[in-house]
Design a protein around this ligand. Structure first.
Ligand SMILES: *[C@@H]1O[C@H](CO)[C@@H](O)[C@H](O)[C@H]1NC(C)=O
Ligand SMILES: *[C@@H]1O[C@H](CO)[C@@H](O)[C@H](O)[C@H]1NC(C)=O
Ligand SMILES: *[C@@H]1O[C@H](CO)[C@@H](O)[C@H](O)[C@H]1NC(C)=O
Length: 421
């Protein structure tokens, strides 16, 4: 009796299922939500990397870290949990050793989809080393002086500022040093005061550099530097000299920002100008910000030679420095492989090509297996950037992956081949 009722229920279920299941078609997994390529974490803020997929029948999620499977069912395994119903992983109390390369693999009966690789990075900033005595730096009016700063270890790189610290018995306060053409920072955080003025000593205040980590939202302060300005009344004249300049060979990526900077000293104060030697500056994307030339949304046409010149009213000729800007680019899709629904006995083709400098390398995978490791199949051919399937049958449903990469990054695609009855 029991058996018969069970059989009837199976028959009813079969009758109500869509025909594709009856004919054994199987839709491979498609990832609908995945992590970012770079994920920062702190010990206070947990890590969550999404992985959600759709596809026929039951989906199994598996994660790898640095290429090795993670056992997410084992709670002792660094406290990595997998959210029920999805493949999203959550690490509530991360440890620095949780840093690494994570990738989600989703499998069902007919295929495996792979997420992008999330580079999980521990973000932190160390304090500056303690210093018991403030450093005293002396400078004469009209000369130039460097207040040095050694930024503490920080991931990602900190942004640097200079502060004036006041400590008059009644209160302790600080204020940002105003940067301009005369008072400026190099790319390491050192402060240059060119053409020192008497009031650069700011009475009782001292200078201190600060480092801010934008991810951890924390800032640390360096030691005090007291600036003592000597004025013997002679206000010595000095010709323009280049105190510091950023590296002369600059590699910038398309779409990002390129910067170059020259710090000139001299009395009277030299003025700085910028030009492009081999062509015109593109005024719409170029601006000068205190001795620094900034090109935003860099394009390949920006590759070329640039020059700064420092000139004061007493100089006979300008002091110059040239920069060579080379623009490269991370891969971008030219033709991204797309999902295909095909019919039995039909054919399908996937194209994968990307542009970038240097030229991207294209790697194919099927269900996560590198193409070169797969057994030969006369019904599947790879011709340049095109993967071609012919004489399809229902068992050919699968997921094709393509990775186009160069030294600056990669683009990654999963394309589903779904063969219907
Ligand atoms: C694509 O290839 C690059 C270079 O080998 C690699 O760093 C990256 O992790 C690959 N991406 C995926 C999703 O496998
Ligand atoms: C004043 O200071 C400058 C710079 O230190 C020095 O070269 C010059 O000899 C000094 N002049 C006198 C009169 O002391
Ligand atoms: C290739 O297609 C033919 C025609 O459908 C089929 O008989 C053969 O089994 C296929 N070969 C492979 C390796 O799947």
């Amino acid at each position: 009796m029991k058996t018969r009722r069970a059989l009837i229920s199976v028959l009813i279920t079969l009758a109500s299922l869509p025909s594709c299941v009856l004919s054994q078609a199987c839709r491979p997994p498609s990832i609908v939500s995945e992590g970012r390529k770079v994920v920062f974490f702190t010990r206070d803020e947990g890590i969550r990397i999404p992985c959600v997929a759709t596809g026929d029948r039951s989906l199994t999620y598996l994660w790898t870290k640095n290429g090795n499977p993670i056992d997410t069912s084992d709670f002792s395994n660094g406290g990595i949990n997998i959210e029920t119903g999805t493949g999203t992983i959550v690490i509530d109390s991360p440890h620095p050793s949780d840093a690494g390369y994570y990738q989600c693999h989703v499998t069902n009966q007919c295929g495996t989809a792979l997420s992008v690789v999330s580079h999980v990075i521990h973000a932190f900033i160390h304090p500056f080393p303690p210093v018991s005595q403030p450093t005293v730096v002396e400078a004469a009016v009209g000369s130039s002086v460097v207040l040095t700063c050694t930024p503490p270890r920080s991931v990602p790189e900190p942004s640097m500022i200079w502060l004036l610290i006041g400590d008059d018995s009644s209160s302790y306060y600080h204020q940002l040093v105003t940067l301009d053409d005369r008072v400026t920072m190099d790319y390491f955080g050192n402060l240059y005061i060119t053409n020192v003025h008497q009031d650069d000593s700011y009475g009782v205040e001292s200078y201190a550099c600060g480092a801010t980590n934008h991810f951890t939202r924390s800032a640390v302060l360096g030691d005090d530097k007291r600036l003592v300005v000597r004025d013997n009344g002679s206000n010595t004249v000095s010709p323009t000299a280049l105190l510091w300049s950023s590296p002369s060979d600059i590699l910038a990526l398309k779409g990002q920002e390129a910067k170059m900077k020259c710090i000139f000293a001299g009395n009277p104060l030299p003025s700085t100008s910028w030009e492009r030697i081999d062509s015109q500056l593109d005024a719409s994307r170029t601006f000068v910000d205190h001795n620094e030339l900034v090109i935003s949304d860099v394009q390949s046409s920006d590759s070329g030679v640039y020059r700064c010149s420092g000139l004061s009213s007493l100089d006979h000729h300008a002091v110059r420095r040239s920069f060579n800007l080379v623009v490269q680019s991370a891969p971008e899709w030219q033709s991204e492989p797309a999902d295909i629904t095909a019919t039995s006995a039909g054919s399908a083709q996937f194209e994968c090509s990307a542009v970038g400098i240097p030229e991207p390398t294209v790697q194919w995978f099927i269900n996560g297996q590198p193409y070169q490791n797969l057994p030969d199949d006369p019904n599947r051919t790879l011709d340049g950037n095109i993967l071609h399937f012919s004489s399809l049958d229902l068992s050919d449903s699968q997921v094709i992956q393509c990775n186009a990469s160069n030294i600056h990054g990669y683009v990654w695609a999963n394309a589903v081949l779904f063969v219907q009855g």
